[in-house]
Write a protein that binds this ligand. Sequence first.
Ligand SMILES: NC(=O)c1ccc[n+]([C@@H]2O[C@H](COP(=O)([O-])OP(=O)(O)OC[C@H]3O[C@@H](n4cnc5c(N)ncnc54)[C@H](O)[C@@H]3O)[C@@H](O)[C@H]2O)c1
Ligand SMILES: [Fe+2]
Length: 401
Amino acid sequence: MRNTWDFYSTQRIVFGIGAIQQLDSILKSFKAKNILLITDPGIKQAGIVDRVLALLKRSNYETVVYDKVVPEPPVESAVDCYEFAKSSMKIDVIIGLGGGSSIDMAKIVALLETHGGHPLDYYGGENQVPGPIAPLIAIPTTAGTGSEVTSVAVLTDVENNLKVGISDNYLRPIVALLDPELTVGLPAYVTACSGIDALSHAIESYTAKSYSYIQAEGNLLFQGSIPISDVLSYRAIELIVKNLALSVHQGTNLEARSNMLLGSLLAGMAFSNAGTAVAHALAYPIGGLIKSPHGEVTGLLLPYVMEFNAVVETEKMIKISEAFGLNIKGLSKKEAALTASKAVLNLLKEIGLPTRLSEIGVKEENIPEIVEKTLKIDRLVRNNPRMPTERGLEELLRKAF
Ligand SMILES: NC(=O)c1ccc[n+]([C@@H]2O[C@H](COP(=O)([O-])OP(=O)(O)OC[C@H]3O[C@@H](n4cnc5c(N)ncnc54)[C@H](O)[C@@H]3O)[C@@H](O)[C@H]2O)c1
Ligand SMILES: [Fe+2]
């Protein structure tokens, strides 16, 4: 039995409509002159890069821009970005501007700038980063990953058909700057995928096994559910279930966008301490096999994982049903708990996302490989409230076909 828990987060979080205007004063607090901005072509096309560059120009920062990040970035593209950074000037501060893909790329470049090596040197277990990384300001343009406050950076290992995560408290950006206005132009499909990812973070950390019962030694990054993460993740669930469909169908609804950005932030603070569980563990090998966005895969799996877990985490599943505003009076506890997974399945349909693995190109013959790889991701598997056996996971996946 583990008796103590820890909570880490990003040092400074600046949040609000128009918050991007504070970038200059944030940079001044670092006495920064030379800036590397890491972003992607979609953010550029949406006019967000120009907005940020105009702000930087006003105060005469020397800025170099890497705008070639691809969604779900492969390991090699992180190396390419690092080579670009090395060949430019000496950098004081790195800005990651975009969704999880751009922010994660910025984390890895900030890591390699300081400690050198190759991204895969830091993969394998938690706490592989030897010390602080270069100062990193994260500016999210999606409401999803929470990467602006998390200890995680995810890449795709194309050779081994697997998504790989580097996890370390040193990877948390030093400042998270969140302006909901930057998310207003996010296309409906990306809003849906990233938003359901945030809900998966919130639900998986809320229903994770209690930290007391996690069977592992030493300092854990993903500790199981702890009192602080419970509060953060439940509030995140409330915000996301009330605002996700609204922000998908009314992209310009700034209040809904703002609530989604707050929800994804709180979920990021929660899951980067409590950890996620089997929906994310399954999504890693599946994300290596097919090209779907991370959120689409995790969100699709979420209701099936919740159904699998409902027998063990009954009370918390009932609380999730309540967050959806469902009438559960007169239902048995088991039925009330299962209502939560049905509500998530409905939400997927409402926001136009697939609900079956066959729809995203997974084949039934892939099941054994997926299960085998999933069970190896111990730090997520051990967090799941119900023990995931080979047979249990196979059944779960068959239901999702
Ligand atoms: N670090 C973490 O803690 C963490 C957690 C979960 C997922 N992830 C990873 O994050 C990645 C997914 O990130 P994501 O869901 O934020 O999407 P993303 O960064 O991959 O972006 C998806 C697409 O949306 C576009 N886009 C983003 N913001 C936009 C805007 N405001 N307007 C117009 N277009 C915009 C981008 O150009 C891109 O084409 C995956 O690699 C996933 O594995 C990381
Ligand atoms: Fe995720």
